[in-house]
Design a protein around this ligand. Structure first.
Ligand SMILES: [Zn+2]
Length: 378
């Protein structure tokens, strides 16, 4: 059996966690599904395998008598103050670096990246979420050219400003079929977006406008050789999964001007895993993210997507993540599961004499640690 526990992980896509971790049962459960309807937290999460697995792990950690008594586990969890819980889980996870998308959840209710890094003894790097930047500027300024100038300015010298990557959630909003629009079309779309501002807030879902601004970001990313992460596949409940298929990115990937922009397809493009991994296998600039907490799937599905990714794409194109958010156990769980699942898949390959043990360990190191170091220049 390959033992990967000594490899520290670079979690290449995740989010901050809540500063107050003492949570009520329904609130806690709600973090384990992506459904919009509260009915899921009330009735269905308790019957979902990833949640039941988590309760069993926590029961062991907290020394509960039963491995499946939700009430006992959550009571034990609540007895710990937030810092102690976070510190314990993060140190056990052996994390080298977290690359954080701070745009979600609201930073007001979260630990700062610095606090997370101190509690867990790891480094924290940041990414810049493009749609959030667009929204803020569009709300603040009524003139299109002013927004454009400020947007461009925010995207210059990204590394100097502390960002190792860009991120786009366009898949959640208008789809990955990003196309070219004229400036006039973008301006019309901008006016519609301005008219949709409510209480000083905007939820940008105006396709010509988003696509137009994304192309500007692509030019910058290519020039600075900064990677961009795209959410693909399973994610927030507002995503139109038909347009979350990474094959829709073809025009962007084929564009000669963007060849210096590394593209990271997030969340194993689940359930489009084979398609996403294929893109990483044929486009030099495409990398593929293997996320072991979100999407919420069980171990058998994790084995399946890990096999599919390693089966078609080189390990030097694959990167580990958790997509952990809200709770420290999400970052912790991915590290435990990621190492274990990857180990099992590589063991199978060793058993079938596709690779030897030393190569297995080397490939695991690339997925868990080395590829991210290269791509994000950590
Ligand atoms: Zn995320």
């Amino acid at each position: 059996m390959l033992d990967l526990t000594s490899i520290p992980v670079v979690d290449n896509h995740c989010h901050p966690i809540l500063r107050e971790q003492r949570l009520e049962t329904l609130q806690y459960r709600a973090y384990f599904n992506e459904a919009r309807d509260p009915l899921f937290a009330e009735q269905h999460v308790i019957n979902s395998v990833p949640y039941l697995w988590m309760l069993r792990q926590l029961a062991t950690i907290f020394g509960c008598l039963s491995k499946n008594n939700e009430e006992e586990v959550l009571k034990a969890r609540k007895r710990l103050d937030s810092d102690t819980l976070v510190e314990h889980l993060y140190r056990a996870a052996r994390i080298d670096t977290l690359i954080l998308d701070e745009a979600h959840p609201d930073p007001e209710i979260c630990y700062t990246p610095e606090q997370m890094g101190q509690l867990g003894h790891f480094r924290v790097a940041r990414m810049l979420r493009l749609e959030t930047l667009m929204q803020e500027l569009i709300v603040e300024f009524e003139d299109f050219d002013e927004v454009l100038t400020r947007y461009q300015h925010a995207l210059t010298n990204l590394r100097l400003h502390g960002y190792v990557a860009l991120k786009s959630i366009v898949a959640y909003r208008t789809g990955l079929n990003i196309i070219r629009w004229s400036k006039d079309q973008a301006v019309t779309s901008f006016r519609e977006a301005r008219a949709a501002i409510r209480d000083g807030k905007l939820r940008i879902q105006h396709k010509p406008l988003i696509d137009y601004f994304l192309h500007i970001a692509f030019e910058q990313a290519a020039e600075q050789n900064v990677p961009i992460q795209f959410h693909t596949g399973y994610g927030d409940n507002d995503t139109d999964m038909r347009l979350g298929n990474p094959l829709h990115l073809r025009d962007v990937l084929e564009n000669g001007a963007y060849q210096n922009m590394p593209v990271v397809l997030l969340h194993e493009s689940y359930p489009y895993t084979q398609l996403g991994a294929y893109l990483a296998a044929v486009y030099p600039q495409v990398y593929f993210d293997l996320s072991y907490t979100i999407p919420f799937v069980d171990r058998l599905e994790m084995l399946a997507f890990t096999r599919q990714a390693l089966g078609v794409a080189p390990a030097s194109k694959l990167m580990y993540s958790s997509d952990g958010i809200f709770l420290p156990e999400m970052h912790w769980a991915a590290a435990v599961r990621g190492r274990s699942v990857l180990g099992q898949v590589l063991d199978e390959m060793i058993e079938h004499d596709e690779i030897d043990e030393q190569q297995g360990y080397q490939l695991a190191r690339q997925v868990l640690h080395d590829t991210a170091y290269t791509v994000y220049r950590l």
